[in-house]
Design a protein around this ligand. Structure first.
Ligand code: GDP
Ligand code: MG
Length: 232
């Protein structure tokens, strides 16, 4: 499930991640493509990854504040005025962190310079710590080589991603990207953004652990609370 404010790029990211509904100059796609998402939309996706078939439920959500009734959507905390992380994001994470694995993302990473991106990542991690929000923790590994890779992966959190459903040609190769007057930012290029790292951990390297934590920690907590309520 992807959550965040309206216009952030959630629907585009989901399409980039799973649905591969790609558009190009020759095939621009429906013109009403960027209609606002107003309902919670579960979609089943079947994809093949390294010979393994995956059946995923992908959930796109409306942006914060897009609903007709926003009365519960406002519980702002004002301590974070100087920070770039919106109170609503914090509040949202607090409500969700004991129910699901939270993987924080920075959307539209192409709008930040590398330096701004580094700073923003630090700010976000500080806010997360200050507010005692538990985000998904990558499990430790024994193997030294794997450990090195894991460290690099962890250093990218929060993943700064770029989404696009356009295909264009760069040096004779077809790539997914966003075209600017000064060049193309490529979705599937780790030098440009963290999209590939996110995709890889989500559906390959850490999928099983994400599921295990959901079952063994989040679901068990939920069950325990329900049972405690019933017996109280
Ligand atoms: P949502 O409301 O969060 O679902 O956002 P959408 O996916 O509908 O995207 C809103 C607008 O942001 C569209 O014009 C997208 O083309 C644009 N957009 C989506 N992803 C990116 C991105 O990674 N970088 C930039 N610069 N724009 C993006
Ligand atoms: Mg949307």
């Amino acid at each position: 499930m992807v959550v965040g404010e309206s216009g952030l790029g959630k629907s585009t990211l989901i399409n980039s991640l799973f649905l591969s509904d790609l558009y190009s100059a020759e095939y621009p796609g429906p013109s009403k493509r960027h209609n606002k998402t107003l309902q919670i939309n579960p979609t089943q996706v079947l994809l093949r990854e390294g010979g393994v078939q995956l059946k995923l439920n992908v959930v796109d959500t409306p942006g914060f504040g897009d609903a007709v009734d926003n009365s519960n959507c406002w519980e702002p905390v004002t301590n974070f005025i100087d920070s770039k992380l919106k109170p609503l994001d914090i509040e949202f994470m607090k409500r969700l962190h004991d129910k699901v694995n939270i993987i924080p993302l920075i959307a539209k990473a192409d709008t930040l310079t590398p330096e701004e991106c580094r700073d923003f990542k630090k700010t976000i991690l500080n806010e997360i710590e200050k507010n005692q929000i538990r985000i998904y923790e990558f499990p430790d590994v024994e193997d030294e080589e794997e450990n090195g890779m894991l460290k690099k992966l962890k250093e990218r959190v929060p993943f700064a991603v770029v989404g696009s459903n356009r295909v264009m040609e760069v040096n004779g190769k077809k790539v997914r990207g966003r075209q600017y007057p000064w060049g193309v930012v490529e979705v599937d290029n780790l030098q440009h953004n963290d999209f590939l790292a996110l995709r890889d951990m989500l559906i390959r390297t850490h999928m099983q652990d994400l599921r295990d934590v959901t079952n063994n920690v989040h679901y068990e907590n939920y069950r325990y609370k329900k049972l405690a309520n019933v017996s109280a």
